[in-house]
Design a protein around this ligand. Sequence first.
Ligand code: ASP
Length: 344
Amino acid sequence: MNTSPHILLIYTGGTIGMIKNFETGALIAFDFDKLLSNIPELKQLDCTIDTVSFAAPIDSSDMNVERWKELGDIINARYDNYDGFVVLHGSDTMSYTAAAISFMFENLTKPIIFTGSQLPIGDLRTDAKENLITAVQIAALKEKGRSVITEVGLYFEYKLLRANRTTKINAEHFEAFQSLNYPSLVESGVHLKINKAFLRPANRRKKMVYHTHFDNDIIIVKMFPGINESILKSIFSIDTIKGVILETYGAGNTTTQKWFAHIISDTIKKGIPIINVTQCAAGSVEMGKYDTSVALKKAGVISGKDITTEAAVAKLMYLLGENLPLKVLKTIYETSLRGEMSEN
Ligand code: ASP
């Protein structure tokens, strides 16, 4: 009997799956059925790999909630048949999708590892092969018959990061992603160094629960000096908005002008959650630390703590989809659900 781990490789699109047509020089989509024969190195891995592709692979700039569900459905339908999943995805919105998938799958006991590349797999200098091969190896890691990684990860340029902690920070360098508020889970050098203390432990007594409802009636408002009162009033008066991510300065600060505080408190009084997320790449929101966030705290703004904007968006859509009363949503939002924020 073949006991080597069974891995499902899912291609959603993005640069990684393209090869150069040597006659025309243009990048063309890779025939995914031929993946294994085109990357013979994959055959040397001690695991069995099956592949499945989106019917119409996309540039990840075209990702949306329907496609998050399409991806989630692929994994959910095969969850019991595989030991781990590797998702090939364009890097541009990978952090958003990976965060969304982390909320969709509650009580994971298997790895779902996202990866991609800055150069196509057919390019001579590609980063795709290392990313793909190591992502598969990590998804296949077992100890005493159980998966070592039991969460959604993002593997890129020698590091496995907790997916819902990541941000794409570079459009040029191979090191495209960072997780500035949480350490790497695995580092790939001569050996794979697993940072066990930072892995999310699986709760094997609980059944995996698959969630699919995302409500995308939300906006992101980014603070900037000179932000305009009448424009902001018009935006907040759109009656279909159900949630707001407010990207604030530093530790969660905004202008102290009265009109701004009124917009915020009136919006919350209408039952619309406002999440305070910092514009800084690292660090946490701490409302009340400065006078410039006291009004927000009083009005009932929800603290995003050290969450990334990417994870904040996915978490807000996910919790709005659960149809919770505002008070409950606030309590749950301020709690770490999948390791996406620090507890304090
Ligand atoms: N624009 C591409 C995408 O996100 C870039 C990449 O694949 O890395 O699909």
